[in-house]
Ligand binder design. Structure first.
Ligand SMILES: [Zn+2]
Length: 357
């Protein structure tokens, strides 16, 4: 499939006909990277909603389409809204919302910082195109000088919604509160869009699992609030938000085998419990069984802190051949999808909690 990396399609206050009767038809009518501008009451101020950086994460698109078509006329937000729909080709390839990125492509949301392109991606012959698309997205955001940016995603596995940001300030807490009650302050640098400085709050919302109607509802309700509130001074916060600091990524080394099972099958490498998703945000305590591991033990895994030190032994231990928690922590983004767990990470771990109003 050809991708036209250097093109953007603009829709300005689109008509009912352009929006089609449902989000599937609407998505199928789009050709590549698409920007939709919706005029607001205050015509000089902008907010941005980004979605489909990952083609298999539909909640943002479903919610945006619902927001645009619920009434017979377009909604009238407080400010202008720029919507950016990024990986249209991946989202429509073969089956709708089956591909995070196209086969032979790379993860677009790892291409926003050329200095930290992943080794495996740097050898991909299409990488230049993805970097070009990332730059077009950055330009589409920067040219309207937005006051706030929301980037809508789905979690890889099932679990409650949460927000991620690289900084905390009152507006970040407010933006989070429109969608969920949990914010992760992240200093991980993987080349994602939210790591860039747009001189305004950028909050990634992980709405929940991609097949979960509740996740689409989280996105829709959040968009309603995000577009409705007057933010002339500061955006109002409408509920308490829990904050987790500095998540760490648990990764399996490249050459090790990864499996999922309900029992110890004696496989080589690492076998995680098939129901690993149930621990997302639920809290993991010392001694909890997460899976099974071969004779190489924790050598199979890596977990680097912000000083670049592998701290895997601080969080996990081996009991016989069982992989168990060595301390209390929370995990999130755990999934039993082998491809994403292997190419991205098994899950994230956080251990500090504070309550902010
Ligand atoms: Zn995503």
């Amino acid at each position: 499939m050809d991708i036209y990396f250097s093109e953007i399609n603009y829709l300005i206050d689109p008509s009912n006909r352009t929006l089609h009767a449902d989000y599937q038809q609407f998505l199928l009518s789009l050709i590549g990277l698409t920007v939709i501008d919706i005029s607001g009451e205050n015509n000089s101020e902008w907010r941005v909603i980004s979605t489909l950086l990952h083609g298999d994460e539909p909640s943002g698109l479903i919610a945006i389409h619902r927001w645009l078509t619920t009434d017979n006329t377009l909604p009238r937000p407080k400010t202008n809204i720029r919507i950016i729909i990024s990986s249209v080709e991946a989202a429509t390839y073969q089956h709708l919302f089956h591909h995070r990125y196209l086969p032979k492509g790379v993860d677009l949301n790892r291409c926003f910082n050329e200095k930290i392109i992943r080794n495996s991606d740097s050898k991909n012959k299409n990488i230049a195109g993805y970097i070009e698309r990332a730059k077009l997205i950055v330009n589409a955001i920067s040219e309207v000088n937005p006051k706030a940016i929301i980037d809508l995603h789905n979690t890889s596995g099932n679990g409650p919604a949460f927000a991620v940001s690289t900084l905390i300030n009152p507006n970040v807490l407010s933006l989070t509160s429109y969608f969920c009650d949990t914010l992760i302050l992240s200093n991980i640098r993987i080349g994602a869009m939210m790591e860039l400085n747009f001189c305004c709050p950028v909050v990634t919302i992980e709405c929940g699992g991609s097949h979960d109607d509740q996740a689409h509802e989280v996105a829709y309700k959040g968009i309603q609030k995000f577009t409705q509130y007057d933010g002339h001074y500061a955006l109002p916060q409408n509920k308490a938000v829990k904050i987790f600091y500095k998540p760490l990524r648990v990764v399996i080394k490249a050459e090790r085998k990864l499996s999922f099972s309900e029992h110890d099958e004696g496989y080589s490498g690492v076998t995680l419990r098939k129901n690993i998703e149930q621990f997302n945000f639920g809290g993991c305590c010392d001694g909890l069984l997460l899976g099974w591991i071969d004779d190489n033990g924790l050598e199979n895994l890596e977990m680097f802190n912000d000083q670049g030190v592998n701290v895997i032994e601080k969080y996990f231990k081996i009991d016989d051949n069982k992989l168990v928690c060595a301390t209390n922590f929370k995990m999130f983004m755990a999934s039993n999808k082998s491809d994403i767990s292997r190419s991205d990470c098994l899950f994230y771990v956080v251990n500090n909690v504070n309550n902010f109003l």
